[in-house]
Design a protein around this ligand. Structure first.
Ligand code: F3S
Length: 394
């Protein structure tokens, strides 16, 4: 690989042992993927932040590291809220370890944003090179915002945070961002009434078929929350890090892209609306969990509207970034008047909150995919309205 003076100095240990090791990780990755050089990244998002997912081995490794991030770097959701975790029944020994994980990342200069939606609070521009690692966030910044990142692992993202560099390969290169599989819906008119949950259901099916290929959807008109839901589910049921929706996502308007769409061969798959509908279950839940990925302003508004003058009759959790919660105290107060809890910093999958929770109703295709394996819970998929009705025992 071609190395500049700074790359070489990092590898020589001139910036300390940790940064030397980090650069060695990135160099190994670059060689595997035959990258010709390193590029600078504008920001980093680091996963592997919950003690539930990294365990003692991950915590010990973090504690061997030193130095500071050199580019804006954001932390993924951790295993519990930073404050008031005691009220949620988080076990003390888990909380103690989680606080140690938080301290280790803070010492390394990773901002404790504790969200998978840092794109709501930071400017991400089309063409920006990033090193992000949480799969739904990777999908959103690549597909919806037109930035460029590979789906990094926790250690490689941390390496980019501490060095500001990433190997130039994969989705950083424009020619690698062209669709490889195309999806049609058998009844496009039916998609006009689809909600975020329907897009999550589509994502479950399309992600499993796509694997790590780049999907291209035609005939859909999703808004940003629907795109978030679609991408998150495809990243969970498959390994989709980038997708395109014709005339909706930014890169589909480029002449280069249009030329490839017209000229390239790719597999074409038709999905039936009935396959989507079959994923929706009954309303008989033990718990309702929303906010996977963390809720947007619009989702918070909709929830405040739906929960006004209602009372929940079962545990009802809404996962959000602390920054979103702080920005909308009135909406949050309306929601919490119903008895629903807005839980910041963590999520239904990476916290112990949903472990063996029974039947968990959600509007998220990603959570629906992960809840059985990660939490030993039975998932039910419903629209936001269904989830509110179920949670209120209606
Ligand atoms: Fe975010 Fe947790 Fe879902 S990290 S995408 S809320 S599994």
């Amino acid at each position: 690989m071609e190395l500049d003076k700074y790359d070489q100095a990092l590898l020589n240990g001139e910036y300390g042992e940790t940064k030397q090791k980090m650069m060695e990780i990135l160099l190994a990755l670059g060689k595997i993927y035959e990258a010709e050089k390193f590029i600078e990244v504008k920001s980093v998002q680091v996963s592997g932040a919950s003690f539930k997912t990294i365990g003692d081995a991950g915590l010990s490794w973090l504690n061997t590291l030193s130095g500071k991030a050199v580019v804006p770097s954001f932390l993924n959701p951790i295993g519990m809220p930073r404050d008031e975790w005691q009220n949620l029944g988080i076990p003390d020994d888990f909380a103690k370890k989680q606080l140690e994980v938080n301290a280790a990342y803070t010492r390394l200069g990773i901002r404790p944003t504790c969200t998978c939606t840092p794109y709501y609070f930071n400017i991400i521009e089309r063409g920006d090179h990033l090193a992000w690692s949480e799969s739904s966030a990777v999908s959103y910044v690549n597909s919806v915002l037109g930035a460029r990142t590979n789906r990094e692992g926790g250690p490689s993202a941390l390496a980019s945070a501490l060095t500001g560099k990433t190997p130039y390969y994969g989705l950083h290169i424009v020619r690698n961002r062209i669709p490889q599989i195309e999806f049609h819906i058998d009844d496009p008119a039916a998609t006009k009434s689809w909600t975020n949950a329907h897009y999550g259901a589509l994502g479950i099916i399309a992600g499993a078929i796509s694997g790590n290929r780049i999907p291209f959807f035609t005939e859909l008109r999703p808004n940003r929350d629907m795109l978030k839901s679609l991408g998150a589910a495809m990243a969970a049921s498959g390994a989709v890090a980038l997708y395109h929706v014709n005339e909706i996502t930014p890169e589909t308007r480029f002449p280069f892209f249009k030329k490839h769409i017209e000229e390239d061969d790719r597999e074409v798959v038709e999905i039936e609306v009935s396959e989507i509908d079959e994923l929706f279950g009954s309303l008989e839940a033990d718990v309702v969990a929303l906010g996977c990925p963390h809720v947007s302003e619009e989702e918070l508004e909709e929830l405040a509207f739906l929960l006004e003058n209602r009372r929940v009759v079962m545990p009802f959790y809404i996962f959000a970034a602390e920054e979103m919660k702080a920005k909308h105290p009135d909406l949050c107060a309306k929601i919490q008047n119903s008895g629903a809890k807005i839980v910041p910093d963590t999520c239904m999958v990476v916290s112990p909150l949903m472990d063996r929770a029974g039947v968990v109703m959600t509007n998220s295709g990603k959570a629906f995919t992960y809840l059985p394996g990660m939490c030993k819970a039975t998932p039910l998929l419903g629209t936001l309205e269904d989830c509110v009705r179920a949670g209120c025992g209606e």
